[in-house]
Design a binder for this molecule. Structure first.
Ligand code: SF4
Ligand code: FES
Length: 263
């Protein structure tokens, strides 16, 4: 039989992107070890709503570690203390009765706080838009095995594709760099034969947008890899750096194709 716990939460509350934020303290009562962390917040929000107060805003969707929308700092750790776990998969058995938790949004210039624990990750979308595609002729579906893919390449591409775009790597990095995310997206297509035509332009464009959006530089702390719930390795950053060097040396940067034939 599980014993109910009472915890003290210090939660970052912020009414909007331009408002000042502050910590507010709440009591989370009657929490069982079987609850997920987000279910615990749901319970606190029910109490706030009953008292006529504004519930705590936080992002979530799948609650299965797939969509990447959840994410917050819990006692200074991105997604909380469990390895390879998103905050929606974190369970309250991690905590004990009487514990105090400090809950904050991701902190990065490129992720402005929209409200409470919700940040705007449009900057990630822009990096994807800069290079997260391949050029193919449309038409009838090609034979699936027409282009052989070596097993090690397929595995490396698949591992890179595990990135869910949650932003924990940025939140954990002392420079707020998004290099782990960008490297995963560059490698995802760059490991495959279909991704070769744009390989050089892709890395140039994605890194350029990464910098324009205000993310910091990678200085090899490795905190991103530690925080990543999907186990994305910093080896992908090394690969990105090799691709970037090759692309930079090879040719002056070309304008991105507009798709309408314009120069
Ligand atoms: S690399 Fe990991 S931590 Fe960063 S966005 Fe992708 S899944 Fe999240
Ligand atoms: S809610 Fe989808 S990964 Fe957490």
């Amino acid at each position: 039989m599980s014993v109910a716990m009472n915890l003290t939460l210090h939660v970052w509350r912020q009414d909007g992107p331009k408002q000042e934020g502050r910590f507010e303290t709440y009591q989370a009562k009657g929490i069982t070890e079987h609850m997920s962390f987000l279910e615990m917040l749901d319970l606190v929000n029910e109490g706030l709503a009953r008292d006529g107060k504004e519930p705590i805003a936080f992002d979530h969707d799948c609650r299965e570690g797939i969509c990447g929308s959840c994410g917050m700092m819990i006692n200074g750790e991105a997604h909380g203390p469990w390895d390879l776990t998103t905050v929606c998969q974190l369970h309250m058995r991690q905590y004990h009765d009487g514990q105090e938790l400090w809950i904050e949004p991701w902190r990065a210039r490129a992720f402005p706080v929209m409200r409470d624990l919700v940040v705007d990750r449009t900057s990630f979308d822009k990096i994807i838009q800069a290079g997260g595609y391949i050029s193919v002729r449309t038409g009838s579906a090609p034979e699936a095995n027409a282009i052989p893919v070596p097993k090690p390449s397929a595995d490396a591409a698949f591992d890179a594709a595990a990135c869910i775009g949650c932003g924990a790597c940025v939140a954990a990095c002392p420079n707020a760099s998004a290099m782990l995310f960008t490297a995963a997206k560059v490698a995802h297509l760059g490991w495959l034969p279909q991704g070769q035509p744009e390989r050089e332009q892709r890395v140039l464009d994605m890194v350029a947008v990464h910098d324009e959006e205000g993310f910091g530089n990678c200085t090899n702390h490795g905190a991103c890899q530690e925080a990543c719930p999907k186990g994305i390795s910093v080896d992908y950053i090394a690969r990105l750096n090799r691709d970037l060097l090759r692309a930079t040396l090879k040719a002056p940067r070309q304008p991105v194709a507009t798709g309408d034939g314009a120069a």
